[in-house]
Design a protein around this ligand. Sequence first.
Ligand code: TYM
Length: 338
Amino acid sequence: MNAKLGRIFSGIQPSAGVPHLGNYIGAIKPWVHYQDTAPLKPILSVVDLHALTNPKLKPEILRDNIFQMTASLLACGLDPNKCIIFQQSTVPHHTELSWILTCCSTLQRIQAINTWREKVKLLGKEKGAPLGVLVYPLLMAADILLYKTDTIPVGDDQSQNIELTRELATTFNRRFNCNVMKVPEKLVQTESNRIKSLRDPTSKMSKSDDTQGSSVTILDCQDLIRAKIKKAVTDSNPVLSFDPEKRPGVSNLIGIYAAMKNISKSDALTEVESMDTLQLKNAVSDVVVEALSPIRSEHSRLMESKEYLTQVLNNGKNSATEIADQTLIEVKKAIGVL
Ligand code: TYM
Protein backbone atom coordinates (compact mmCIF):
# COMPACT_ATOMS: atom_id res chain seq x y z
CA MET A 1 0.00 0.00 0.00
CA ASN A 2 1.18 3.47 -0.83
CA ALA A 3 -0.28 5.60 1.98
CA LYS A 4 0.73 8.83 0.21
CA LEU A 5 -1.87 8.20 -2.49
CA GLY A 6 -4.67 8.78 0.05
CA ARG A 7 -8.10 9.08 -1.54
CA ILE A 8 -8.11 8.71 -5.31
CA PHE A 9 -10.84 10.11 -7.54
CA SER A 10 -11.10 10.10 -11.31
CA GLY A 11 -13.74 10.12 -14.01
CA ILE A 12 -14.45 9.19 -17.59
CA GLN A 13 -17.12 10.60 -19.88
CA PRO A 14 -19.59 8.20 -21.48
CA SER A 15 -19.78 10.48 -24.53
CA ALA A 16 -18.64 7.42 -26.45
CA GLY A 17 -19.73 4.17 -24.84
CA VAL A 18 -16.40 2.50 -25.21
CA PRO A 19 -12.99 3.81 -24.19
CA HIS A 20 -10.23 4.15 -26.78
CA LEU A 21 -6.63 3.09 -26.43
CA GLY A 22 -5.68 6.54 -25.05
CA ASN A 23 -8.25 6.24 -22.23
CA TYR A 24 -7.10 2.69 -21.58
CA ILE A 25 -3.38 3.48 -21.38
CA GLY A 26 -3.63 6.98 -19.89
CA ALA A 27 -6.36 6.36 -17.31
CA ILE A 28 -7.91 2.91 -16.91
CA LYS A 29 -4.70 0.89 -16.67
CA PRO A 30 -3.37 3.17 -13.90
CA TRP A 31 -6.75 2.94 -12.09
CA VAL A 32 -6.54 -0.86 -12.13
CA HIS A 33 -3.08 -0.56 -10.60
CA TYR A 34 -4.27 1.86 -7.91
CA GLN A 35 -7.13 -0.35 -6.75
CA ASP A 36 -4.45 -2.72 -5.42
CA THR A 37 -2.01 -0.11 -4.12
CA ALA A 38 -4.08 2.75 -2.68
CA PRO A 39 -4.98 2.74 1.04
CA LEU A 40 -8.62 3.70 0.39
CA LYS A 41 -10.90 2.40 -2.34
CA PRO A 42 -10.40 4.59 -5.44
CA ILE A 43 -13.60 6.37 -6.51
CA LEU A 44 -14.23 6.23 -10.25
CA SER A 45 -17.14 7.95 -11.86
CA VAL A 46 -18.89 7.53 -15.18
CA VAL A 47 -19.40 11.27 -15.56
CA ASP A 48 -22.65 11.39 -17.50
CA LEU A 49 -23.39 15.03 -16.61
CA HIS A 50 -20.12 16.07 -18.24
CA ALA A 51 -21.14 14.22 -21.39
CA LEU A 52 -24.21 16.51 -21.66
CA THR A 53 -21.87 19.25 -22.88
CA ASN A 54 -22.07 17.47 -26.22
CA PRO A 55 -25.43 18.69 -27.61
CA LYS A 56 -25.39 15.99 -30.28
CA LEU A 57 -25.59 13.14 -27.76
CA LYS A 58 -29.05 11.55 -27.98
CA PRO A 59 -30.76 10.34 -24.75
CA GLU A 60 -31.07 6.73 -25.92
CA ILE A 61 -27.38 6.70 -26.86
CA LEU A 62 -26.30 8.22 -23.54
CA ARG A 63 -28.41 5.66 -21.64
CA ASP A 64 -26.72 2.81 -23.51
CA ASN A 65 -23.26 4.42 -23.25
CA ILE A 66 -23.48 4.47 -19.45
CA PHE A 67 -23.88 0.67 -19.44
CA GLN A 68 -21.26 0.23 -22.15
CA MET A 69 -18.75 2.33 -20.21
CA THR A 70 -19.46 0.54 -16.93
CA ALA A 71 -19.03 -2.85 -18.62
CA SER A 72 -15.82 -1.56 -20.24
CA LEU A 73 -14.33 -0.47 -16.92
CA LEU A 74 -15.10 -3.83 -15.33
CA ALA A 75 -13.84 -5.73 -18.37
CA CYS A 76 -10.56 -3.80 -18.18
CA GLY A 77 -10.03 -5.16 -14.67
CA LEU A 78 -11.69 -2.72 -12.27
CA ASP A 79 -13.13 -4.72 -9.40
CA PRO A 80 -16.21 -3.26 -7.63
CA ASN A 81 -14.97 -4.86 -4.41
CA LYS A 82 -11.75 -2.86 -4.60
CA CYS A 83 -13.04 0.47 -5.90
CA ILE A 84 -16.21 2.55 -5.96
CA ILE A 85 -17.69 2.81 -9.46
CA PHE A 86 -20.73 5.05 -9.83
CA GLN A 87 -22.75 7.14 -12.25
CA GLN A 88 -22.20 10.84 -11.52
CA SER A 89 -25.83 12.00 -11.92
CA THR A 90 -27.06 9.52 -9.30
CA VAL A 91 -25.25 11.56 -6.62
CA PRO A 92 -26.91 14.99 -6.91
CA HIS A 93 -24.34 16.49 -4.52
CA HIS A 94 -22.10 17.02 -7.57
CA THR A 95 -24.41 19.60 -9.15
CA GLU A 96 -25.14 21.20 -5.79
CA LEU A 97 -21.48 21.72 -4.93
CA SER A 98 -20.80 22.79 -8.49
CA TRP A 99 -23.20 25.72 -8.11
CA ILE A 100 -21.62 26.74 -4.81
CA LEU A 101 -18.18 26.66 -6.47
CA THR A 102 -19.55 28.63 -9.43
CA CYS A 103 -20.33 31.39 -6.97
CA CYS A 104 -16.78 31.22 -5.60
CA SER A 105 -15.14 31.64 -9.00
CA THR A 106 -15.11 34.43 -11.57
CA LEU A 107 -16.00 34.58 -15.22
CA GLN A 108 -12.50 35.85 -16.02
CA ARG A 109 -10.88 32.91 -14.27
CA ILE A 110 -13.02 30.34 -16.09
CA GLN A 111 -12.51 32.02 -19.47
CA ALA A 112 -8.74 31.78 -18.92
CA ILE A 113 -8.99 27.98 -19.23
CA ASN A 114 -8.53 27.61 -22.95
CA THR A 115 -10.00 24.15 -23.52
CA TRP A 116 -13.55 25.51 -23.94
CA ARG A 117 -12.54 27.45 -27.05
CA GLU A 118 -11.29 24.25 -28.69
CA LYS A 119 -14.48 22.45 -27.70
CA VAL A 120 -16.66 25.20 -29.13
CA LYS A 121 -14.79 24.88 -32.42
CA LEU A 122 -15.00 21.10 -32.34
CA LEU A 123 -18.76 21.21 -31.79
CA GLY A 124 -18.98 23.50 -34.81
CA LYS A 125 -21.27 25.84 -32.90
CA GLU A 126 -19.26 29.01 -32.50
CA LYS A 127 -22.45 30.94 -31.73
CA GLY A 128 -24.62 28.40 -29.99
CA ALA A 129 -22.40 26.11 -27.89
CA PRO A 130 -23.91 25.09 -24.55
CA LEU A 131 -22.79 27.16 -21.55
CA GLY A 132 -21.83 23.86 -19.93
CA VAL A 133 -18.76 23.78 -22.17
CA LEU A 134 -17.46 26.87 -20.36
CA VAL A 135 -18.41 25.94 -16.78
CA TYR A 136 -17.40 22.28 -17.18
CA PRO A 137 -14.26 22.74 -14.99
CA LEU A 138 -16.44 23.83 -12.05
CA LEU A 139 -18.39 20.56 -12.16
CA MET A 140 -15.11 18.71 -12.39
CA ALA A 141 -13.82 20.61 -9.34
CA ALA A 142 -16.99 19.62 -7.45
CA ASP A 143 -16.42 15.96 -8.40
CA ILE A 144 -12.96 16.07 -6.90
CA LEU A 145 -13.58 18.20 -3.80
CA LEU A 146 -16.71 16.28 -2.70
CA TYR A 147 -14.57 13.28 -1.84
CA LYS A 148 -11.71 15.16 -0.16
CA THR A 149 -9.50 13.73 -2.86
CA ASP A 150 -5.73 13.51 -2.43
CA THR A 151 -4.76 12.08 -5.80
CA ILE A 152 -6.26 12.50 -9.27
CA PRO A 153 -4.90 10.15 -11.90
CA VAL A 154 -5.70 11.76 -15.25
CA GLY A 155 -4.03 12.52 -18.53
CA ASP A 156 -2.23 15.85 -18.83
CA ASP A 157 -5.07 17.18 -21.02
CA GLN A 158 -6.88 17.78 -17.70
CA SER A 159 -4.17 19.75 -15.91
CA GLN A 160 -5.76 23.23 -16.24
CA ASN A 161 -8.95 21.91 -14.66
CA ILE A 162 -7.01 20.41 -11.79
CA GLU A 163 -5.13 23.65 -11.23
CA LEU A 164 -8.50 25.44 -10.98
CA THR A 165 -9.71 22.83 -8.48
CA ARG A 166 -6.72 23.45 -6.26
CA GLU A 167 -7.23 27.20 -6.42
CA LEU A 168 -10.94 26.88 -5.65
CA ALA A 169 -10.24 24.72 -2.60
CA THR A 170 -7.84 27.33 -1.25
CA THR A 171 -10.14 30.25 -2.10
CA PHE A 172 -13.11 28.53 -0.42
CA ASN A 173 -11.19 27.80 2.79
CA ARG A 174 -9.86 31.35 2.94
CA ARG A 175 -13.18 33.05 2.17
CA PHE A 176 -15.17 31.01 4.68
CA ASN A 177 -12.35 30.78 7.20
CA CYS A 178 -12.49 26.99 7.37
CA ASN A 179 -10.61 23.88 6.40
CA VAL A 180 -13.43 22.02 4.67
CA MET A 181 -11.84 21.70 1.25
CA LYS A 182 -8.89 19.36 0.83
CA VAL A 183 -6.42 20.76 -1.70
CA PRO A 184 -5.72 17.76 -3.93
CA GLU A 185 -2.20 16.82 -4.91
CA LYS A 186 -1.97 17.05 -8.64
CA LEU A 187 -1.16 13.67 -10.05
CA VAL A 188 -1.15 13.93 -13.77
CA GLN A 189 0.26 11.25 -16.00
CA THR A 190 3.28 12.51 -17.87
CA GLU A 191 3.16 13.72 -21.46
CA SER A 192 4.65 10.38 -22.46
CA ASN A 193 1.37 8.65 -21.58
CA ARG A 194 -0.60 10.74 -24.02
CA ILE A 195 -1.59 8.53 -26.92
CA LYS A 196 -1.86 10.31 -30.24
CA SER A 197 -4.31 9.92 -33.10
CA LEU A 198 -3.25 7.23 -35.56
CA ARG A 199 -4.23 9.50 -38.47
CA ASP A 200 -2.64 12.69 -37.12
CA PRO A 201 0.03 11.89 -34.52
CA THR A 202 0.44 15.57 -33.63
CA SER A 203 -2.97 15.59 -31.92
CA LYS A 204 -4.24 13.34 -29.12
CA MET A 205 -6.40 10.30 -29.66
CA SER A 206 -9.86 11.60 -28.81
CA LYS A 207 -13.46 10.38 -28.48
CA SER A 208 -14.67 13.47 -30.30
CA ASP A 209 -12.43 12.94 -33.34
CA ASP A 210 -14.52 11.12 -35.95
CA THR A 211 -11.74 10.83 -38.54
CA GLN A 212 -11.89 7.23 -39.66
CA GLY A 213 -9.15 5.07 -38.17
CA SER A 214 -7.87 7.79 -35.80
CA SER A 215 -8.45 5.67 -32.71
CA VAL A 216 -8.60 2.03 -31.68
CA THR A 217 -11.39 1.28 -29.21
CA ILE A 218 -11.02 -1.45 -26.64
CA LEU A 219 -13.76 -3.44 -28.40
CA ASP A 220 -12.36 -3.37 -31.93
CA CYS A 221 -11.96 -6.85 -33.38
CA GLN A 222 -8.53 -8.15 -34.29
CA ASP A 223 -8.89 -7.43 -38.04
CA LEU A 224 -9.99 -3.85 -37.41
CA ILE A 225 -7.15 -3.23 -34.95
CA ARG A 226 -4.61 -4.55 -37.47
CA ALA A 227 -6.12 -2.52 -40.31
CA LYS A 228 -6.13 0.72 -38.30
CA ILE A 229 -2.57 0.29 -37.03
CA LYS A 230 -1.35 -0.68 -40.52
CA LYS A 231 -2.71 2.63 -41.83
CA ALA A 232 -1.21 4.66 -38.95
CA VAL A 233 0.63 7.74 -40.23
CA THR A 234 4.40 7.38 -39.75
CA ASP A 235 7.29 8.80 -41.84
CA SER A 236 9.62 7.73 -44.61
CA ASN A 237 12.71 7.07 -42.44
CA PRO A 238 13.12 3.25 -42.46
CA VAL A 239 15.29 3.19 -39.31
CA LEU A 240 13.23 3.28 -36.10
CA SER A 241 13.95 5.77 -33.32
CA PHE A 242 11.99 7.37 -30.46
CA ASP A 243 11.61 11.10 -30.96
CA PRO A 244 8.07 12.39 -30.28
CA GLU A 245 8.92 15.88 -31.62
CA LYS A 246 10.46 14.93 -34.93
CA ARG A 247 8.91 11.51 -35.43
CA PRO A 248 5.48 11.64 -33.73
CA GLY A 249 3.93 8.73 -35.64
CA VAL A 250 6.67 6.16 -35.03
CA SER A 251 7.14 7.36 -31.43
CA ASN A 252 3.39 7.03 -30.77
CA LEU A 253 3.51 3.39 -31.94
CA ILE A 254 6.55 2.68 -29.75
CA GLY A 255 4.72 4.33 -26.82
CA ILE A 256 1.68 2.11 -27.37
CA TYR A 257 3.92 -0.97 -27.63
CA ALA A 258 5.69 -0.07 -24.35
CA ALA A 259 2.45 0.67 -22.47
CA MET A 260 0.73 -2.53 -23.60
CA LYS A 261 3.77 -4.61 -22.62
CA ASN A 262 4.28 -2.69 -19.33
CA ILE A 263 7.88 -1.91 -20.23
CA SER A 264 9.80 1.37 -20.52
CA LYS A 265 10.05 3.21 -23.82
CA SER A 266 13.78 2.56 -23.97
CA ASP A 267 13.25 -1.19 -23.47
CA ALA A 268 10.56 -1.06 -26.13
CA LEU A 269 12.95 0.66 -28.52
CA THR A 270 15.61 -1.99 -27.88
CA GLU A 271 13.04 -4.68 -28.75
CA VAL A 272 11.88 -3.07 -31.99
CA GLU A 273 15.05 -1.26 -33.15
CA SER A 274 15.96 -3.75 -35.86
CA MET A 275 12.46 -3.78 -37.37
CA ASP A 276 11.18 -1.76 -40.32
CA THR A 277 7.99 0.29 -39.99
CA LEU A 278 5.72 -2.48 -41.24
CA GLN A 279 7.22 -4.96 -38.79
CA LEU A 280 6.75 -2.39 -35.99
CA LYS A 281 3.09 -2.02 -36.94
CA ASN A 282 2.66 -5.79 -36.85
CA ALA A 283 4.37 -6.02 -33.46
CA VAL A 284 2.18 -3.22 -32.05
CA SER A 285 -0.94 -4.88 -33.48
CA ASP A 286 0.08 -8.19 -31.85
CA VAL A 287 0.41 -6.72 -28.35
CA VAL A 288 -2.76 -4.65 -28.67
CA VAL A 289 -4.79 -7.62 -29.96
CA GLU A 290 -3.41 -9.85 -27.21
CA ALA A 291 -4.32 -7.38 -24.44
CA LEU A 292 -7.73 -6.39 -25.81
CA SER A 293 -9.12 -9.81 -26.83
CA PRO A 294 -10.01 -10.95 -23.29
CA ILE A 295 -11.41 -7.49 -22.53
CA ARG A 296 -13.66 -7.71 -25.56
CA SER A 297 -15.12 -11.06 -24.59
CA GLU A 298 -15.55 -10.05 -20.94
CA HIS A 299 -17.34 -6.89 -22.08
CA SER A 300 -19.83 -8.82 -24.17
CA ARG A 301 -20.43 -11.23 -21.27
CA LEU A 302 -21.10 -8.29 -18.92
CA MET A 303 -23.44 -6.58 -21.37
CA GLU A 304 -25.65 -9.68 -21.17
CA SER A 305 -26.29 -8.85 -17.52
CA LYS A 306 -27.65 -5.32 -17.19
CA GLU A 307 -28.98 -6.28 -13.71
CA TYR A 308 -25.44 -6.89 -12.53
CA LEU A 309 -24.19 -3.60 -14.01
CA THR A 310 -27.11 -1.76 -12.38
CA GLN A 311 -26.26 -3.38 -9.06
CA VAL A 312 -22.59 -2.33 -9.35
CA LEU A 313 -23.62 1.26 -10.07
CA ASN A 314 -26.16 1.24 -7.25
CA ASN A 315 -23.65 -0.01 -4.71
CA GLY A 316 -21.21 2.60 -5.99
CA LYS A 317 -23.85 5.31 -5.64
CA ASN A 318 -24.51 4.32 -2.01
CA SER A 319 -20.83 4.35 -1.07
CA ALA A 320 -20.18 7.63 -2.89
CA THR A 321 -23.26 9.27 -1.33
CA GLU A 322 -22.08 8.44 2.20
CA ILE A 323 -18.86 10.40 1.64
CA ALA A 324 -20.43 13.19 -0.42
CA ASP A 325 -23.14 13.74 2.26
CA GLN A 326 -20.54 14.49 4.93
CA THR A 327 -18.65 16.99 2.78
CA LEU A 328 -21.77 18.79 1.62
CA ILE A 329 -23.01 19.22 5.20
CA GLU A 330 -19.63 20.75 6.13
CA VAL A 331 -19.78 23.00 3.05
CA LYS A 332 -23.31 24.17 3.83
CA LYS A 333 -22.39 24.97 7.44
CA ALA A 334 -19.32 26.89 6.25
CA ILE A 335 -21.25 29.06 3.77
CA GLY A 336 -24.11 29.75 6.19
CA VAL A 337 -27.05 27.93 4.65
CA LEU A 338 -27.13 25.31 7.40
P1 TYM B 1 -12.24 11.92 -20.65
O1 TYM B 1 -13.50 11.15 -20.60
O2 TYM B 1 -11.98 12.78 -21.85
O3 TYM B 1 -11.00 10.93 -20.55
C1 TYM B 1 -10.89 9.98 -19.49
C2 TYM B 1 -9.43 9.83 -19.10
O4 TYM B 1 -8.64 9.42 -20.25
C3 TYM B 1 -7.52 10.32 -20.41
N1 TYM B 1 -7.24 10.43 -21.86
C4 TYM B 1 -6.07 10.11 -22.42
N2 TYM B 1 -4.93 9.64 -21.91
C5 TYM B 1 -3.91 9.40 -22.78
N3 TYM B 1 -3.99 9.60 -24.13
C6 TYM B 1 -5.12 10.09 -24.68
N4 TYM B 1 -5.20 10.28 -25.99
C7 TYM B 1 -6.24 10.35 -23.82
N5 TYM B 1 -7.50 10.82 -24.03
C8 TYM B 1 -8.10 10.86 -22.81
C9 TYM B 1 -8.01 11.63 -19.82
O5 TYM B 1 -6.92 12.45 -19.44
C10 TYM B 1 -8.80 11.15 -18.62
O6 TYM B 1 -7.94 10.87 -17.53
N6 TYM B 1 -12.88 15.85 -17.64
C11 TYM B 1 -12.57 14.44 -17.67
C12 TYM B 1 -13.50 13.57 -16.86
C13 TYM B 1 -13.68 14.03 -15.45
C14 TYM B 1 -12.74 13.90 -14.40
C15 TYM B 1 -13.38 14.45 -13.25
C16 TYM B 1 -11.45 13.38 -14.32
C17 TYM B 1 -14.79 14.62 -14.94
N7 TYM B 1 -14.60 14.87 -13.61
C18 TYM B 1 -12.71 14.50 -12.03
C19 TYM B 1 -10.80 13.43 -13.10
C20 TYM B 1 -11.40 13.98 -11.97
C21 TYM B 1 -12.63 13.97 -19.12
O7 TYM B 1 -13.22 14.57 -19.95
O8 TYM B 1 -12.03 12.77 -19.33
